[in-house]
Design a protein around this ligand. Structure first.
Ligand code: GDP
Ligand code: FE
Ligand code: FE
Length: 198
């Protein structure tokens, strides 16, 4: 039997259909549909801004792969794999990207550093972000299923430039968290400081 590989660069060691099915098996239908929309939005941004479309597609597909793992599994992994112990003071919102990238590499055999970094940064961002990091960060926020106050302004900012999209998003997210008196992960603040000054 021939192995169908429809990603050309060999970043995924099996077919795209296999990847999609592996992701689907991990997620609710609601979350899976979000993932497909993020993939398409990331592809559109990559085409528009001249970035690697294949990496954008894969990053979009895998970004929330580990979103529905139990907290106990994350707590154990953070200790066992010696992640920043401060992560234990936060929750799934932070873990599924930072620690989720570890599960993606291990379980999906995706070893591409650019894709894994984009996943690690997709929620909290980073002071320095590659084009792919920015694409995934913004695509997750503006995908067509998103409907929150400010999403239209976020889409307009992303049309202007990727950096404008990131800047809008970091400010909006920080305001959202502060308004709800949620704990802010220190890297989220570092991201904000770096991008508002840009
Ligand atoms: P999703 O996985 O598609 O729902 O989107 P994200 O990965 O971007 O966000 C996951 C959640 O983490 C969202 O509810 C964010 O508001 C939240 N979040 C982002 N930064 C922080 C932070 O610094 N602290 C806390 N407590 N939550 C955060
Ligand atoms: Fe996420
Ligand atoms: Fe997401």
């Amino acid at each position: 039997m021939t192995k169908t590989l429809d990603y050309q660069l060999g970043l995924v060691p099996y077919s795209r259909t296999t990847l999609v099915n592996k992701i689907k098996a991990q997620l609710s239908d609601h979350r899976f549909q979000h993932v497909l929309r993020v993939e398409q939005t990331a592809i559109d941004l990559a085409e528009h801004y001249g970035a690697d479309v294949e990496r954008a597609s894969i990053a979009g597909l895998v970004h929330d792969y580990a979103k529905q793992r139990p907290d106990a599994e994350y707590r154990q992994l953070i200790q066992q794999e010696k992640f920043d112990p401060d992560l234990l003071n936060y929750g799934n919102g932070i873990w599924h990207g930072v620690v989720g990238a570890y599960l993606i590499e291990k379980e999906l055999q995706i070893h591409d550093a650019a894709i894994l970094n984009a996943v690690r940064r997709h929620t909290i961002g980073a002071p320095e972000m590659t084009t792919l990091d920015q694409i995934l960060f913004v695509a997750d926020f503006i995908e067509p299923g998103r409907d929150f106050p400010g999403v239209e302004a976020a889409r307009e900012a992303a049309d202007e430039s990727l950096a404008a999209g990131v800047r809008y998003e970091v400010a909006n997210t920080l305001q959202f968290l502060l308004a709800r008196q949620q704990k802010i992960y220190p890297k989220t603040i570092a991201t904000y400081n770096a991008w508002v000054a840009k």
